[in-house]
Design a protein around this ligand. Structure first.
Ligand code: SAH
Length: 352
């Protein structure tokens, strides 16, 4: 909920599901198809005020404006990396706090990385966002508006967004209901019409959320930040591991596959001397044997406030890759774009 609807108790149209908008218009004495018109104004025409919806009867527009609002984030800053492959957006949420989204170009893919929370409560030691702590949850409207604004920017430069990842600030599974709604609206035809498999949610390993998502109706991709091959290592860099152990994560990943028919992607950040030794590569192979999954390796991205961790040298990275290959494990490497503008994985932070 944004500050303004906290005060005025206005409902955010941008977070409402089509069925809820139908109920609302009916309750206000209007015919069902007004809901289609409203959805069309919001998602196809980008309206941010009820007053813009000129094909609605004037009297209805007036009464509707008294009960709803349409969330719209204020764009504070847009910065492009030197290569032009990453563009970072800083938005201000209604309560004055700031969040970030990133547009990433990779071949023909155009991926938008969205935030789900303002800051993050999980305190992963290698992640800049963790330093902010949790300053609040984003509403469904605030999550979807990030995407709408980045889509508009991309369109302006002749690009079409092809993929969405919930890998920005925050732990999406700790803001489950808002994230679920936002994704439903991104994927349905009356909303933004993206295919479900074009959306991937990344979690630090909040197991109850993984189980809930596996059993839900959302047909999206799931990435799990593994980042450690023993509970000892994972405990030391990801405090959430004290509650949900590696074994729990592996079971949850198997359940996800059983329920959905496709596996999770395990993300693994390579940090010098901590996670990048070849014994880790070997253990990683053993850990995921028998788990239908993909592996995505992410060489650590350094950030200003950080003194403790380093990105491995090219030689150490090559040794790790080679060892994994020898165990017959397939993997991809995430070449984080936008490191020069602090837009890469783990570099999103705002002084709020
Ligand atoms: N909370 C979610 C999503 C945000 S982080 C999660 O933890 O998955 C998105 C990805 O970036 C995660 O895989 C995380 O492990 C990785 N990451 C975080 N900090 C990083 C850093 N400094 N360098 C490289 N990857 C990092």
């Amino acid at each position: 909920m944004t500050e303004s609807n906290r005060e005025n108790k206005l409902i955010d149209l941008k977070g409402m599901l089509p069925t809820e908008i139908i109920d609302l218009v009916k309750k206000m004495g209007e015919v069902d198809y007004r809901a289609d018109q409203i959805l069309d104004w919001i998602y196809k025409k980008g309206a941010v005020e009820v007053a813009e919806m000129t094909n609605l009867p004037k009297v209805f527009r007036e009464s509707l404006s008294k009960v709803v609002e349409i969330s719209h984030l204020r764009q504070i800053k847009v910065s492009a990396s030197q290569s032009g492959e990453a563009v970072k957006f800083v938005f201000e949420v209604n309560n004055g706090r700031r969040i970030e989204s990133v547009l990433i170009a990779d071949g023909t893919r155009r991926t938008v990385c969205l935030s789900s929370q303002i800051g993050c409560p999980l305190d992963c030691k290698f992640c800049a966002t963790g330093r902010m702590g949790l300053l609040g949850n984003l509403t469904p409207g605030e999550i979807i508006d990030q995407l709408m604004q980045v889509v508009r920017y991309a369109k302006g430069r002749g690009d079409r967004v092809t993929n969405v990842v919930l890998m920005g600030m925050g732990e999406p599974l700790l803001n489950y209901d808002a994230v679920f709604r936002a994704i439903s609206l991104m994927c349905c035809d009356a909303g933004l019409g993206l295919g479900g498999r074009k959306v991937t949610l990344s979690t630090a390993g909040y197991v109850p959320g993984i189980i809930k998502l596996a059993k839900s109706s959302l047909n999206i991709g799931l990435a799990v930040s593994l980042n450690g091959t023993t509970n000892e290592i994972r405990d030391s860099i990801m405090p959430i591991n004290r509650r949900f152990k590696i074994e729990d994560l592996i079971s949850a990943a198997k359940l996800f596959h059983a329920k959905r028919g496709y596996g999770v992607t395990f993300e693994y950040v390579l940090i010098e001397g901590i996670t990048d030794g070849i014994e880790n590569a070997k253990r990683l192979g053993d850990l995921i044997a028998g788990v239908p999954c993909k592996i995505n390796l992410i060489p650590y991205n350094e950030f200003d406030l950080d003194k403790d961790f380093r990105r491995p040298s090219q030689i150490r990275l090559a040794n790790f890759y080679e060892t994994l290959k020898m165990s017959g494990i397939g993997f991809s490497v995430r070449e984080s774009r936008g490191r020069d503008i602090d837009a890469a994985c783990g570099q999103l932070i705002q002084k709020n």
